[in-house]
Design a binder for this molecule. Structure first.
Ligand code: HEC
Ligand code: HEC
Length: 283
């Protein structure tokens, strides 16, 4: 297995599963995340933000019991004996000898590759740049998404998924789970990291770029389609002590839903999705 076993370019760098399976066939407890525009995330990586930088993050999966279930000394030995990598490490880092390959250098290399995963050519971006314009349906969706039109119902989406990243890079409880008390969440999310109970049940609002390829949705992959996601928000979400005050029953009808979906689809970047630079170089 490799990183790309669970982060496939054609699935927006996710694996299309609710819970990712690791090397021993065991299920993890969360859904794989998209790596699109990952270099711009400041709040911390993972659904709960527990890794500060991409370099820190890249060290986790190798030794994670469920994911790659290996050890870094073992992986470094394999890299040192590899037919291609020692030369590439010498060229990238100016080291003299394969014995100088370390897990820190491996993490730096992975992180630097991840920083190239930039999407900036969706229809949405081209419209921002004044090169294209919205269809009527997309424009209606824009107004709904950003609460931009006093005559339309507020959906609040744009507060947590704001531009240009389509993520506010912050943690919220978007009402996925019913909880009577602060201790009642199955997955504490951000609260487990900060130790503050008022963060229990909060997760990072992820990017919606190329979202149509990242199903199923949410940290536990509970929703199979964007329609399911919108139905969740329309219902006003489930109650719990940390549920975000922005969430309320949405007064939207079918044509509003079609418009929201059409607008969200303008975040699709087919150039990014098909970029040969992001495909396996050894195939
Ligand atoms: C077995 C599947 C699996 C493998 C293998 C795997 N990942 Fe992940 N990845 C996940 C899951 C699941 C999450 C979310 C975990 C969480 O939030 O607790 C994740 C999250 C991430 C994130 C955070 C994204 C964000 O928006 O915060 C990055 C970056 C990442 N992985 C990179 C990697 C790299 C680099 C490798 C290889 C060294 C790797 N992954 C290997 C499943 C996997
Ligand atoms: C209060 C902040 C907030 C609001 C308002 C909000 N979201 Fe979210 N959104 C989140 C958070 C947080 C998550 C991740 C939750 C999780 O997995 O635990 C999320 C996840 C999603 C996902 C799944 C992303 C993925 O990679 O799985 C989609 C799609 C989405 N939101 C769309 C919308 C739409 C459409 C609206 C408006 C109808 C909206 N959101 C309103 C905070 C918000």
């Amino acid at each position: 297995m490799s990183c790309s076993s669970c982060h496939l370019p054609e699935l927006n760098f996710t694996d299309g599963k609710a819970f990712s399976k690791g090397i021993d066939g065991l299920n993890g407890t969360r859904s794989s995340m998209s790596l699109i525009n990952i270099g711009f995330v400041q709040a911390g990586l993972f659904w709960d933000g527990r890794a500060k930088t991409l370099e820190d993050q890249a060290l986790f999966p190798v030794e994670d019991q469920i994911e790659l279930h290996n050890t870094w000394p073992n992986v470094i030995n394999k890299l040192k004996r590899h037919v291609v990598y020692p030369k590439m490490f010498r060229e990238a880092f100016g080291i003299n000898d394969r014995s100088e390959i370390t897990k820190e250098l491996a993490a730096k290399a992975i992180a630097q590759f991840e920083r190239t995963l930039v999407s900036k050519d969706s229809k949405f971006d081209r419209i921002q740049a004044g090169k294209e314009s919205y269809s009527d349906l997309e424009l209606l969706g824009y107004g709904l998404f950003f609460d931009d039109d006093p005559d339309l119902p507020d959906t609040e989406c744009g507060h947590c998924h704001n531009i240009p990243m389509t993520s506010s890079d912050d943690f919220f409880n978007n009402g996925l789970s019913e909880a009577a008390t602060l201790d009642d969440f199955k997955d504490l999310g951000r609260g487990k990291i900060t130790g503050s109970k008022s963060d229990n049940g909060k997760f990072r609002a992820p990017t919606l770029r190329n979202i149509k390829y990242s199903a199923p949705y949410m940290h536990d992959g509970r929703f199979a389609t964007i329609d399911d996601v919108i139905a969740h928000y329309k219902s006003g979400a489930k109650s719990s002590p940390t549920k975000d005050p922005l969430l309320h029953k949405l007064d939207i009808e079918d044509h509003h839903i079609q418009a929201l979906k059409a607008f969200i689809d303008t975040f699709t970047d087919t150039l990014f999705y098909k970029n040969p630079e992001f495909k396996n170089p050894f195939k």
